[in-house]
Write a protein that binds this ligand. Structure first.
Ligand SMILES: Cc1ncc(COP(=O)(O)O)c(C=O)c1O
Length: 400
């Protein structure tokens, strides 16, 4: 690749803009204004939340779905529904969004980090087995960037030790493991419809399950302890108000319909980009298990070995070339605020706090760069620009 880096006055690889996200479509605007005009803004008065819950359950191959205001509270409710509480341990990967571990902290439990495999970016079943103690209650696999975890191995470990499995499927709408969509492969799956997600209403979340008793408990937890068919002031338990609004659900119904066509664009572009990146030395897209029958394609992680220790310079140089790219997550096991909260919950339970070393996470967080799902909605030329820009920056790495 010839030419000076754009950061040093050369011509950028790309000057065209990237697709906007979220996409302002007429159908969503119409759906929202119809809800406004109807006066039924609240799920109890309207039909959109219930309709979307049915549609999303079906979409994820699950029997039941309950929506929530966001994915973080969906995870919190999932943990409460399976009875995770003070002093319990919950195994989570350290390479994920902080909410995965925060939800465990909220319920008074202790997130225990089991490392990921840096080649796939996903929770390593062997690390999970090694992290199990007498206090362990649940495992939370995260289907990072929409890539399903090895659910065969994780469910086997869980069943061997009598543990529950909560899938953090916040990034994995429509993702499939051996023909079955994620979320209800384990006990409960938590989804997010936050602004950047492939299906979004700005904010939003959902829980799916195939277990009717858990679905009833989730309904109650999310509806101030009410029970289905019970009275308005009949509270069978102490719950929360985690109800989604009719406005959110009306947008989500439209977004769910628009999803399939958008997803096929992401899939086509991700396949092309993977091929292009594979041809560059020292560059690797995350591996995807061959048992995955549909990838959620929420974002795209690429490991650039030479970026280790120089990540911000790579990010800046690529941005100058017209390729905005993120630096990905710092390992959660390195975050002081989380460590303080975990230490508090651990000591409250009368146990000793042990910081965890997670070399797989350290490796990936040092060299992974992350494209957004909306960049995968661009055209084929854009994928070629991404690969060309990475190649160019690598060729000039001594000048960074
Ligand atoms: C893996 C993961 N878990 C949980 C969440 C939390 O979802 P929300 O932002 O809707 O609270 C997100 C997204 O933000 C996420 O990416």
């Amino acid at each position: 690749v010839t030419g000076r880096l754009a950061a040093h006055g050369g011509s950028p690889i790309r000057t065209e803009p990237w697709p906007a996200w979220p996409i302002a479509d007429d159908q969503s605007a119409k759906a929202v204004s119809q809800v406004i005009e109807s006066g039924a803004w609240f799920r109890v008065d309207g039909t959109h939340v219930s309709a979307f819950e049915q549609q999303f359950a079906e979409f994820q191959h699950a029997r039941f779905c309950t929506t929530t205001p966001n994915g973080t509270l969906a995870l919190d409710a999932a943990l409460r529904a399976i009875g995770v509480s003070y002093g319990d341990e919950v195994i989570v990967p350290p390479y994920t969004f902080i909410a995965t571990a925060m939800a465990v902290v909220y319920v008074g439990a202790i997130p225990v980090f089991a490392d990921i495999d840096p080649v796939s970016g996903l929770l390593d079943p062997a690390a999970v087995s090694a992290a199990i103690t007498a206090r362990t209650k649940a495992i939370v696999p995260v289907h990072l960037s929409g890539s399903p975890c090895d659910m065969d191995a994780l469910l086997a470990v869980a069943s061997q030790h009598g543990l529950r499995v909560i899938e953090d499927a916040a990034q994995a709408h429509g993702a499939e493991w051996r023909g079955q969509r994620v979320g209800a492969l384990g006990d409960i799956g938590a989804f997010s419809f936050q602004n950047g997600k492939n299906i979004s209403a700005g904010e939003g979340g959902a829980l799916v399950t195939n277990d009717e008793a858990l679905a009833d408990r989730i309904f109650s937890l999310c509806n101030v302890g009410r029970i289905r068919g019970g009275g308005w002031y009949e509270h069978a338990a102490v719950g929360y108000n985690l109800r989604m609004t009719e406005l959110q659900a009306a947008v989500l119904e439209v977004q769910l319909q628009l999803h399939e066509q958008r997803q096929s664009v992401r899939e086509r572009n991700a396949a092309l980009l993977t091929d292009l990146l594979d041809q560059i030395d020292g560059v690797q897209a995350l591996s995807v298990d061959e048992r995955v029958t549909a990838h959620g394609r929420h974002g795209f992680l690429v490991r650039v070995k030479a970026a280790a220790g120089l990540k911000q310079r790579f990010v800046d140089a690529l941005a100058a070339e017209g390729i905005p790219i993120g630096g990905g997550y710092p390992g959660l096991h390195t975050m002081p605020a989380l460590a303080d909260a975990i230490r508090r919950n651990t000591e409250f339970a009368g146990a000793t706090y042990l910081p965890r070393s997670c070399p797989g996470t350290d490796e990936i967080s040092s060299d992974a760069l992350v494209l957004t799902q909306s960049q995968l909605l661009a055209d084929e030329r854009a994928m070629r620009d991404i690969a060309a820009a990475i190649e160019k920056v690598l060729a000039h790495r001594d000048e960074l």
